[in-house]
Design a protein around this ligand. Structure first.
Ligand code: PMT
Length: 423
């Protein structure tokens, strides 16, 4: 999502300045055009040559050295940027900006910009807790600057406390958040993700290959677009997305209970989880011992969560997934109709690049208007944004015409849905 964005990275004189080099590398890797400004003190900690090499652009260190294409550098840089990010931000730069001082290339660029400015403080804990620094930070926040809370831990000066530069992943996520248009502000999106585990003794369970990536991508994208997000997830190895209300579950029944407990608040439900349709009828309290004869495990049906939501859908937009290995379209239509969804995202897990585990998916979106949109292989983050675009479109259509997309399904599709091949 950062591809083609223009970022001015301001580096000031703190020990964490070296981390700005890695940030530059990550931004460039995501397709960002990065222009670096360093204060004189920053050049004591890391060389402009390092940043020039990593950013692929000349580094700005003073106001009066002309650089090709940047005749009045601070004006050009402030116009150029989609966002200015200061990493690390010392007590000194925070104080200068808060006092309206513009006496070098970085402070003049900040003073002249209309772009958002993200400040990532890093300093000694006593400096961070100093009443004047706190006042300055609060003043900047009141003026619309974005401030990231520093992390806690061992600081470069040997003391322990708050003052570490926030993790680069946190800074990257904040940049993406700030640069994303907030077009889902009025929505509360409930997303389910990952697999469920259905145990049959204390050490074994039935599950599937879901990694949670598809659902987590949707939750992340919805949060960036301004929605409140509840993410109900089975066990995964993924980092909990920033800003979401995260609820961890294990079995399908736990997922059902968590969904129902949070349903009344949700304006949109997106069920990307791979829920086990069956669970072992009995879960032994002790580990099952190996015997000479075969072991049979009887399975019983799990609750169909999305079907239950579909029965009490009200104004909610309900989005399901169909994970198929054959008859993709027919099965997807049948599930959508039977479970009263607004649209369904069908993925054929036998296709290379689709379904479980990978970073990509190949989907078709079918809606209750009878539309079908087949999409090519794309990143799960792109799939997430297309799904949310569709949610937004349905919401807009409903506002214009409250009966739209709430009526019956097209006759031909309803016939498929009336069949009994749907589970
Ligand atoms: O997690 P990843 O590795 O990124 O993989 C993504 C994915 C393949 C898991 C995802 O894209 C996907 O297809 N998720 C739905 C998987 C699934 O359970 O599909 P289904 O066709 O069996 O179920 C249809 C719908 O009913 C789904 O929205 C499912 O969440 C829901 N369901 C299913 C069974 C059940 N007991 N309750 C449900 O709510």
């Amino acid at each position: 999502m950062l591809k083609g964005k223009k970022i001015v990275l301001g580096i000031t004189g703190g020990i964490a300045a070296y981390k700005a080099a890695e940030l530059t590398r990550q931004l460039v890797k995501e397709g960002v055009d990065v222009k670096v400004i360093m204060t004189r003190h920053a050049t004591e900690f890391i060389t402009p040559m390092t940043l020039q090499t990593l950013s692929g652009s000349p580094v700005f260190t003073d106001m009066f050295t002309p650089i090709k294409d940047f005749e009045i550098a601070h004006i050009s840089l402030s116009d150029f940027s989609d966002i200015i990010v200061i990493v690390p931000a010392t007590a000194n730069i925070i104080g200068k900006i808060a006092s309206g001082i513009a006496d070098d290339i970085l402070t003049t660029t900040i003073m002249a910009t209309k772009s958002p400015v993200l400040i990532c403080p890093a300093m000694n804990v006593n400096m961070f807790e100093n009443a004047i620094v706190r006042e300055n930070i609060n003043k900047l926040a009141d003026h619309g600057f974005y401030i990231l809370e520093p992390g806690s831990g061992e600081l470069a000066c040997g003391t322990i406390g708050k003052g570490r530069l926030p993790e680069l992943a946190v800074i990257m996520e904040k940049i993406k958040y700030i640069l994303t248009e907030k077009d889902l502000l009025s929505e509360h999106v409930l997303v389910t993700a990952g697999p469920t585990r259905e145990p049959f003794d204390p050490v074994r369970f039935i599950t599937n290959y879901s990694s949670g990536k598809m659902g987590y991508a949707i939750a992340t994208a919805a949060y960036r677009r301004g929605a409140r997000v509840t993410l109900i997830s089975g066990p995964t190895h993924l980092q909990i997305p920033h800003g979401v209300n995260f609820i961890s579950i294990s079995s399908a029944r736990e997922m059902r209970d968590a969904v129902m407990a949070n349903l009344s608040e949700a304006t949109v439900v997106i069920k990307a989880a791979a829920v086990a349709d069956y669970r072992p009828s009995i879960c032994e309290t002790q580990k099952i011992k190996k015997k000479n004869e075969d072991l049979e495990i009887k399975l019983e049906k799990n609750p169909d969560i999305i079907e239950e939501i579909g029965q009490k859908k009200e104004e909610r937009i309900l989005v399901g997934f169909a994970m198929e290995s054959e008859h993709l379209v027919e099965n997807a239509i049948a599930k959508m109709v039977k479970k009263n969804m607004d649209f369904i995202v069908a993925n054929d897990v036998t296709k290379q690049g689709a379904g479980f585990q990978g970073d990509t998916n190949i989907i078709s979106i079918l809606d209750r208007d009878g539309e079908m949109n087949e999409l090519p292989l794309m990143d799960k983050t792109q799939v997430a944004s297309i799904i949310l675009d569709k949610v937004k479109l349905i919401r807009e259509n409903r506002r214009k015409n409250p009966t739209s997309l709430t009526g019956t399904f097209p006759f031909a599709w309803k016939t498929v849905g009336d069949g009994d091949k749907v589970k």
